[in-house]
Design a protein around this ligand. Structure first.
Ligand code: SF4
Ligand code: SF4
Length: 199
């Protein structure tokens, strides 16, 4: 209200805008008061992981023999971008094993490259991320803990062999930069008969 008792210009317009804005905000609040909560009380309540979820890394045993699937070849160690895998190979006359295998999960990028290169499908990702901890040392996984995780949780569908099959070009497709050669050009030309030689 101005000193002379008159209402300033635009007062009623601004008041109406304010009332509309407050009503809209209170409407949102009221609507949400009666909505079902979307949060769950983890870890007492667990959500189902999506079908293609890929989380914790683990080592697995061969399904038919029960032996460790890892042959200690160190391919996963060489391919890992942040270099969080360390493997020592143990050679035996029958086959090779991983003598030691450590994975620093706290520094893992979850890029899945280790899974993609594994020739024996020994390292896989689990359909879970249930490893809450306040101590980084709990996430330094040795061979035994990696195998325990492999037994405890459900595996994802993705194994090294399946991923490589999926990414390979279709059979018979020309390689990039190499146009398919015509059939006549591909067939070797018959050797010329030396002059003066009769069949
Ligand atoms: S997921 Fe990637 S970063 Fe993690 S251990 Fe495997 S290769 Fe290394
Ligand atoms: S997990 Fe696979 S890639 Fe890594 S050392 Fe074992 S066999 Fe080799």
């Amino acid at each position: 209200m101005a000193d002379n008792g008159t209402v300033p210009q635009g007062f009623w317009t601004e008041t109406a805008q304010l009332v509309r804005a407050v009503s809209r905000a209170m409407g949102v609040t009221f609507r949400n008061l009666f909505r079902k909560p979307v949060t769950v009380h983890y870890p007492t309540t667990e959500r189902k992981y999506p079908e293609r979820y890929r989380g914790l890394l683990a080592l697995v045993y061969e399904p038919d023999t029960g032996e460790e699937a890892c042959i200690g070849c160190r391919l996963c160690e060489f391919v890992c971008p942040p270099a969080v895998i360390k493997v020592e190979m143990l050679k035996t006359p029958e086959r090779n094993y991983a003598k030691t295998f450590t994975l620093e999960l706290y520094a893992c990028e979850f890029c899945e490259l280790c899974v993609q290169v594994c020739p024996t499908d020994a390292i896989v990702m689990m359909k879970s991320f249930d490893m809450p901890t306040a101590d980084r040392r709990d996430m330094l996984l040795d061979k035994d803990r990696l195998h325990t995780i492999g037994l405890k949780y459900e595996r994802t569908w993705a194994t090294g062999n399946k991923l490589r099959d999926m990414q390979a070009p279709p059979k018979g497709a020309p390689r990039p930069g190499h146009a398919a050669a015509p059939a006549a050009a591909a067939a070797p030309a018959p050797a010329a008969e030396p002059k003066g030689v009769e069949a």
